[in-house]
Design a protein around this ligand. Structure first.
Ligand code: ADP
Ligand code: MG
Length: 813
């Protein structure tokens, strides 16, 4: 039989004393190779993997200098001892357990040091429970812990598997003390020399351990963890990971991660996962828990990826990916795990979108006849000529509505790009077919604006051919609403413009053939489905001023066809945009006053505080009071925020439009396409909290008239004013460019403005992972082409995933 691991260990330990490579004839490297040959000859395959690992670690030993040799030997010994320590001294392991319960990075604890908790049992879960079992079934998780885990979104065992690390600390390279430099993040295998605890005057307990390896000594200090005193027995070997400090000229660790040197190192000497934490949950505890769960459960997770694709795409299997994402063995493996898990997420979204798309397309729609001269007559009487982009997009829409398949199109165009007139032309054609059209806007004020615009453009047409337009909004009197509904039902109205009121059950169209939905991300999915239900599979256009980058649009709205107006009408002036530092606020106020004195108006946008309309509203009220009483006591100040009733909002907006208000204080509710040409200055407070795309949306509220307009961005923090990223918005008016920039830096939730994102919750993928997104789209298409309903047995799990993922999220069409 080949030499046992324990014999090799002894050799390495001896070698480590001298490091002259004279221990075995021919040197250590060739010794290991001979050993491996012998292992193979004897068929001791169980030894092989580890022996190969040793060979790798010791490669180049003969030519290495003594320091490097020491390092190699340390590493080799670590690997070796993982096997030789199969039966660890029970005492050590118990101690480790006590430890996991009681200490962490510097959290002064009030717990009595003399009474460490009894060791917790380590068995991960009682047999018989599945992946969807509550975490409280896990043996180390009590009710209190379970509650805290919920704060991290973790309810089930499966959730824990999918609680991915925020980041990693790479402690995988062992160093010697002699190599350490101040500020390095390092991992060192050390022996305890001595340990003492002292009280400071202020009642702090400081435990200091003196540690050594062959090359020197270093101290480690811990605060208020006097129980450590018992752990650090002289001669004990521990692995320490952390940053190196200099303390009175000597090297030191402060509150480092550490663990007893044992067979499986979790917190040190590896790529260590760092999880999101919440109060009452320590990283060591969580890491241990996840480790237990991964060890036991990862292998039991069924892999939804069809085997054939997995092999072809060289993907890790799901259990492997879950293991590696939590406890990577190498950075390369971790990357592969990430790739696998990101593809999973994107694939799920894509399959859902493709199914949705098919569902829409399957319905038979109504082909409309497009009479060219009607289109030309309308366009000919406009006060302007359509831009090239408008013309192209209008053609796309007209092409669609001539088909029997109902149109589902997303019409994107930057603020002011002229979407409304394109929609108007399409609606006119629907009406020319003897059918009806609807235009739905998210707010009363926008509906009102559209009503006026449409009435105006259609008034240019000969009366006989001008569509009859009516309004239907929530704030109208009951009588008026009733009248509108009757007319819509009787077909006496050709185009209905309104808010949500349009999709109430009481509304019936005689013959709805085309529905246009403006600023679509403000509308929920159900609302879109409801307007569809108002007609016989009507053609649908949703319009959005949010410039969604193409990859993202294809992913999230993959069930819609995409039209983009990527050109502004000529003669639009650029809005002068300036980032200001907090100190410059007074100047901004003076600047606004100057414009007000010239008869202009201004917006002041309040910072986004958190995802709570109530809190934002409160802050807006305070800002309003401050401006009204202290800064501009002589001016007319208005206030608008999300907590106001729609009627109140409209009242204020109308007053602003009619110039009864000089300065309008607002939360992000003004984001949507409000048109007040006389407003020329916008001041955005806390601008560094908004995404670039959203700032751009706000900015679009000014510069709508003939006057030169300005957008002042006040950063909250001083440094942020110099942030390169924020300079981008000063330099460009291109919404798509800003959106791309945003997406690179921020999540999609922030990208869309926090509240109305309606986006799927991605656990690991970022929408900026564009390449993987493309790959996933191709994969989804491939699977879908072969098996659109995901009925094949090998797609069964995938189908389940898609269903689970979209549950409660509705569809995205
Ligand atoms: P948005 O795409 O933001 O909804 P609108 O449809 O409200 O933009 O158009 C903004 C303004 O531009 C309107 O006053 C509209 O009349 C005007 N407009 C639209 N198209 C053109 C064009 N081709 N040339 C000049 N002005 C245009
Ligand atoms: Mg608009």
């Amino acid at each position: 039989m080949a030499l046992a691991f324990s014999d090799v260990e002894k050799m390495l330990v001896n070698e480590q004393k001298k490091r002259d490579d004279h221990l075995v004839i021919g040197g250590l490297e060739s010794f290991i190779h001979t050993w491996i040959t012998k292992i193979k000859q004897d068929g001791e395959t169980d030894k092989l993997a580890r022996a190969d690992a040793l060979a790798l670690i010791l490669r180049g030993y003969g030519n290495a200098d003594t320091n490097a040799r020491f390092d190699m030997l340390n590493h080799a010994l670590l690997v070796l001892r993982e096997v030789t320590a199969d039966a660890p001294a029970p005492a050590a392991d118990e101690l480790a357990d006590v430890f996991d319960e009681d200490e962490d990075e510097f959290v002064p604890t009030r717990r009595e040091a003399s009474k460490p908790k009894p060791p917790a049992p380590r068995a991960p879960v009682v047999a018989g429970y599945g992946l969807d079992a509550s975490v409280s079934r896990l043996q180390n998780v009590g009710p209190a812990h379970a509650k805290k885990l919920q704060k991290l979104g973790v309810y089930t065992v499966n959730d824990l598997l999918y609680l991915f690390p925020r980041r990693y600390d790479d402690f995988s390279h062992l160093r010697n003390i002699s190599e350490l430099m101040v500020n390095d993040e390092v991992t060192v295998l050390l022996t305890v020399c001595e340990c003492f605890t002292r009280d400071t005057k202020r009642g702090l307990k400081i435990t200091t351990v003196v540690l050594a390896d062959m090359t020197g000594t270093i101290t480690a200090t811990f605060f208020n963890q006097p129980f450590l005193q018992q752990q650090f027995k002289a001669g004990r070997r521990i692995v320490v990971s952390g940053r190196v400090f200099k303390d009175l000229g000597k090297l030191a660790f402060k509150q480092p991660e550490w663990e007893p040197f044992s067979k499986s190192l979790l917190h040190t000497a590896r790529i260590v996962p760092v999880y999101p934490l919440t109060e009452g949950i320590t990283s060591r505890w969580l890491r241990r828990l996840v480790n237990d769960v991964v060890e036991y459960w990862a292998s039991k997770v069924a892999d939804p990826m069809p085997e054939q694709i997995r092999t072809r795409e060289n993907l890790l299997d799901l259990p492997g990916a879950l293991r590696e994402i939590h406890f990577p063995t190498t950075p390369e493996k971790m990357e592969r795990a990430r790739r696998r898990l990101i593809l999973d997420e994107f694939l799920t979204i894509q399959l859902g979108v493709l199914q949705q798309r098919r569902k829409w397309r399957e319905q038979p729609g109504r082909a409309l006849n497009v009479e060219r001269h009607r289109v030309d007559e309308f366009l000919g009487r406009l006060a302007f000529k359509l831009t090239g982009a408008q013309t192209r997009v209008l053609e796309e829409i007209l092409g669609d509505i001539q088909r029997t398949q109902p149109m589902s199109r997303l019409l994107q165009g930057d603020v002011g790009s002229g979407k409304t007139v394109v929609a108007a032309a399409a609606m006119l054609i629907a009406v020319a077919n003897g059918a009806q059209a609807a235009l739905m806007a998210p707010t009363e004020i926008l509906a009102e604006q559209h009503f006026k615009t449409l009435s105006k453009v259609f008034a240019e047409l000969p009366t006989a051919r001008a569509p009859r337009v009516a309004r239907l909004t929530g704030s109208m009197k009951n009588r008026e609403k009733e009248d509108a509904r009757t007319q819509i039902a009787a077909g006496e109205v050709d185009i209905a413009v309104g808010t949500h009121a349009l999709i109430q059950e009481s509304v019936e169209f005689r013959d709805l053939a085309l529905a246009v939905i403006d600023e679509q991300h403000r509308f929920g999915v159900e609302q879109r489905a409801m307007i569809r239900a108002k007609g016989y599979s009507p053609h649908i256009v949703v319009m959005s001023a949010t410039p969604i980058p193409r990859t993202l649009a294809l992913t999230l709205y993959g069930d819609l066809d995409l039209s983009v107006i990527d050109e502004l009408p000529p003669g639009r002036q650029a809005i002068q945009t300036k980032w200001l530092e907090p100190l410059e606020r007074e100047r901004a106020y003076g600047f606004i006053r100057g414009h007000i004195n010239q008869g202009r108006q201004a917006f002041v946008i309040c910072p986004l505080i958190e995802e709570s309309e109530a809190i934002d509203a409160k802050a807006a009220v305070e800002e309003y009071e401050r401006l009204r009483t202290q800064i501009y006591p002589d001016l007319r100040i208005g206030l608008i925020h999300g907590k106001l009733r729609p009627a109140e909002k409209d009242e204020t907006m109308n007053a602003f439009r009619d110039h009864q208000i000089d300065v309008l204080v607002a939360t992000s509710v003004v984001e949507v396409g409000i048109d007040v040409p006389n407003a020329t200055v916008m001041l955005i407070e806390g601008a560094d909290r908004f995404g670039l795309a959203q700032l751009h949306q706000f900015r679009g509220r000014v510069g709508r008239g003939g006057h030169e307009s300005f957008c002042l961005l006040l950063a909250e923090k001083k440094e942020s004013a110099s942030d390169e990223r924020l300079r981008v918005i000063e330099s460009t008016q291109n919404g798509f460019l800003l959106a791309e920039e945003d997406l690179k830096l921020r999540g999609p939730g922030e990208f869309f403005g926090l509240r109305q994102s309606g986006l799927p919750d991605l656990k690991i993928a970022k929408l900026s992972d564009a390449k993987l997104l493309e790959e996933a789209r191709a994969l989804a298409q491939e699977i879908f082409d072969r098996d659109p309903e995901l009925r094949a047995p090998e797609h069964h799990l995938l189908a389940q995933r898609v269903k689970d993922f979209w549950k409660g999220k509705g569809d995205l069409s």
